[in-house]
Design a protein around this ligand. Structure first.
Ligand code: SF4
Ligand code: FES
Length: 368
């Protein structure tokens, strides 16, 4: 009989989980879920070697292990630190972590322009979410923000280097998904930048995935650029029979029009596995060239698991209340019930609002 693997007990924000040895604190926290999972701007579970760059995932280790319960003197990057049996970790329950994360956000914003109103990533930007939670209203930085020479990354992808936080995710994506990486981080320190050597365009079949992994608006889709705000579009799960990739995508639609095609993402903002358990990365053809709803079999509205402005106004289905009045009022009947519908001069009582498809419009009341 196979020997049962010993699991490690780790307590994160007072919640204990059992995980396999070798699991990082971040992944253990993701098993707990919700806010207990630290934010991650550079770690990406599907990309080997990612993590350890941005420091947004810092946590406090209040006890190292059962064998050595001393606290770790410094905050640690949870995406790079593996759990020990009996470890006690504090994330949202630690004031030190809150302070440090606010400091990290301040650093990330030193050079990042506050151009959310015109940035295509607005609404789905992890840095925007972080700065809402931890950012300060003003900067203490007295110097000018970095500027860069413009690089052309080809027909589909737009680079805004000023927004880049040097997380390296796009570099790992190109390295691990395509057969010729032609971009990377050039130079060092304050001069470091994402660039293609001698302006090569990124045109490999799977290179469009760099747009999905970029946590900020540094790499955006040229075919969607400035066309719409994501919160005005409705994400729909759809698929097609694609010879190159899994063909399972999210269509960002307005009415019948497909504005953008992206891979499907999970609650951590990472690419979801395809329904057959294989990788969910999508090819350039699906992403950039299939912008007609007829190209796709539309399944249903996407479940937006990520808490962000992007989840606002995204109704997945109409839920009609089923309770009757006495049920709502613990068995009591209302003393006075005003029937607004039949006394109102505004609506026509003959029109049943619940039978109108979509939001009611003045035309619905002007008919007949
Ligand atoms: S361009 Fe985006 S994905 Fe690439 S390093 Fe910069 S922030 Fe990260
Ligand atoms: S997510 Fe851990 S350092 Fe960036």
């Amino acid at each position: 009989m196979a020997e049962e693997k010993k699991l490690f007990k780790v307590t994160i924000d007072n919640i204990t989980v059992e995980v396999e040895p070798g699991t990082t604190i971040l992944n253990a926290a993701r098993m707990v879920g919700g806010e207990v999972a630290p934010p991650a701007m550079c770690y990406y579970s599907k990309l080997k070697g990612s993590g350890g760059k941005c420091r947004t995932c810092l946590v406090e280790v209040a006890a190292g292990s059962t064998a050595d319960p001393r606290p770790m003197p410094k905050l640690v990057a949870s995406c790079r630190t593996t759990v020990m049996d009996g470890m006690i970790v504090k994330n949202i329950t630690s004031d030190r972590v809150h302070d440090a994360r606010a400091g990290v956000v301040e650093f990330l914003l030193l050079n990042h322009p506050l151009d959310c109103p015109i940035c295509d990533q607005a609404g789905e930007c992890h840095l925007q979410d972080l700065s809402y939670e931890h950012g300060k209203e003003a900067t203490r930085y007295e110097f000018g923000k970095r500027t860069f020479k413009k690089h052309d990354l080809g027909e589909f992808i737009q680079l805004h280097m000023t927004r880049c936080i040097l997380c390296y995710r796009c570099v790992f994506t190109a390295e691990q998904l395509t057969n010729k990486r032609v971009h990377g981080v050039l130079d060092r320190g304050d001069h470091a930048e994402i660039a293609t050597y001698i302006e090569k365009s990124l045109d490999n079949d799977f290179i469009g995935n760099v747009i999905d992994v970029c946590p900020v608006g540094a790499l955006t889709d040229k075919t969607f650029r400035f066309k719409n705000r994501v919160w005005f579009t409705k994400p729909m799960d759809a698929h097609r029979d694609c010879p190159t990739c899994c063909g399972e995508v999210q269509l960002w639609m307005r009415g019948e029009e497909v504005f953008r095609v992206t891979a499907r993402k999970d609650e951590w903002g990472e690419i979801k596995e395809a329904s057959d358990g294989k990788t969910g990365w999508i090819c350039n053809t699906c992403r950039f060239e299939k912008k007609d709803a007829k190209d796709w079999v539309i399944e249903h509205p996407t479940h937006v698991a990520r808490h962000s402005v992007i989840s606002a106004n995204h109704y997945e289905k109409m839920v009609k209340p089923t309770e009757t009045m006495p049920e709502v009022m613990n068995g009591r009947a209302p003393k006075l019930l005003m029937d607004i519908h039949s006394v109102s001069q505004v609506n026509k009582p003959t029109i049943n609002l619940s039978q109108i498809e979509g939001p009611a419009h003045s035309d619905d009341f002007n008919k007949g």
